[in-house]
Design a protein around this ligand. Structure first.
Ligand code: ADP
Ligand code: MG
Length: 383
């Protein structure tokens, strides 16, 4: 008897390499020199706003688009001249593109029929897929007799039935409503865990990317501008664009004053050590709203500032109750707007017009030395 046991301690192996990949339309670079290693068995998501090059990159991997230049390697072998149906890759789109005149069973069997599998083997695999996506009792229905979520499960089963090594999914849940999308996200995560295949997923929805992925590649203007786990990208964004794109952020503009010190609106603050800072250099500080605290003047007087923490004075503009959490928007004396977020359970006894002290730990604030003003605006399409 033999069993394949996946050893999670095993070093990961690169399955797909995108090497200096470009796609130009005229002199417009839809994909701009992307290099990326995709690990065998991982769930990787391309996340970015509309038009950032996600689908074009995925289409080159699938073989529907030809790169202008660059290489795509799978297990070290070039794919560029391999036609799509010989790539060992399954694909699921937002539009389910099921055959309307075929039953669920025949839709799923279709890739096996064109690959001329023997009927017995075909039936066995289709049965297994129907079970996998929990549509056994719908096998004889037509796509039009199914809900959107069920149709997408058929599309997923059809993409998986010939056991591809890699599954590509381009906004597959984009047409479904929120509750159904979350159910299917859970199903997809379980499916990935059970099958152990490599999934490359495209979405513009950061929450979906966070829920599903082991790693996220953040796209902007045809480039990958951030790559890592959702946790790392959120906690320690590599640049101001990623900080602004993922979640919410406060940006403060400071001037460096030497090692670990910078001034903000004339006041001295401590910042994380950053190599090569020169005096009076512009630096950007980023603090997540939930890492900052707003204390009333009275509260602040009772709680002396601890070492390793910073404090600025501000005035409350608005307090919003959001159910689980509350946010408070404040304005510093120099006119910088900040948002502080706290769990409702922790209480936030503040109201508009209150004078407050905003505090944060130096270790919780990221420091950037290079950024563009446009990085600080929430990118279009990011939710
Ligand atoms: P995303 O999937 O991230 O929304 P796409 O990869 O579809 O973005 O597109 C990236 C950019 O390339 C967009 O600006 C889009 O308009 C452009 N583009 C895509 N396909 C073509 C094409 N066939 N001809 C010209 N421009 C294209
Ligand atoms: Mg797209």
């Amino acid at each position: 008897m033999s069993a394949v046991i996946k050893d999670s301690a095993q070093p990961q192996q690169t399955l797909v390499s995108l090497c200096n990949l470009n796609k130009h339309y005229g002199d417009f670079a839809a994909v701009d020199n992307i290099s990326l290693d995709i690990q065998d068995g991982e769930f990787l998501t391309f996340l970015g706003s509309s038009g950032s090059g996600k689908s074009t990159t995925l289409s080159m991997l699938a073989g529907f688009e030809t790169p202008s230049s660059g290489e795509i390697l799978v297990s070290g072998k070039s794919l560029v001249n391999v036609p799509p149906h010989k790539r060992d890759i399954g694909m699921v789109f937002q539009r389910y593109s099921l055959f309307p005149h075929l039953s669920v069973r025949d839709n799923i069997a279709f890739p096996l029929a064109i690959r001329k599998l023997a009927p017995a083997e075909r039936n066995k695999r289709v049965d297994a897929m129907l079970k996998l996506v929990q549509l056994e009792q719908f096998a004889h229905r037509r796509p039009s007799q199914l809900s959107g979520g069920q149709q997408q499960r058929v599309a997923i089963a059809r993409a998986l039935v010939y056991e591809p090594r890699i599954l590509l999914m381009d906004e597959p849940l984009g047409a479904l409503d929120k509750k159904l999308r979350e159910d299917l996200q859970d199903e997809l995560r379980q499916l990935h865990r059970r099958l152990g295949i490599t999934i490359v997923y495209v979405t513009h929805d950061q929450e979906e990317a966070m829920r599903l992925s082991q790693r996220i590649a953040i796209f902007s203007h045809g480039k990958i501008v951030g790559l890592g786990s959702g946790y790392d990208l959120y906690q320690n964004p590599p640049n101001a664009f990623v900080a602004s794109f993922l979640g919410n952020s406060n940006f403060l503009k400071l001037k460096a004053q030497g090692n670990g010190v910078a001034t903000f609106e004339g006041q001295s603050l401590s910042i994380r050590l950053t190599a090569g800072l020169v005096t009076d250099q512009d630096v950007l500080l980023m603090i997540r709203p939930e890492k900052a605290q707003a204390l009333s003047v009275e509260q602040a007087a009772l709680q002396p500032l601890q070492t390793g923490w910073n404090e600025v004075s501000a005035k409350v503009g608005e307090v919003l109750f959001l159910g689980e959490s509350q946010t408070c928007t404040v304005m510093t004396q120099g006119g910088t707007s900040m948002t502080v977020k706290a769990l409702s359970a922790a209480g936030m006894p503040l109201k508009a017009g209150d004078q407050v002290r905003v505090r944060w730990a130096t270790a919780d604030a990221c420091v950037y030395t290079q950024w563009a003003e446009s990085d600080l605006n929430k990118a279009a399409g990011a939710h």
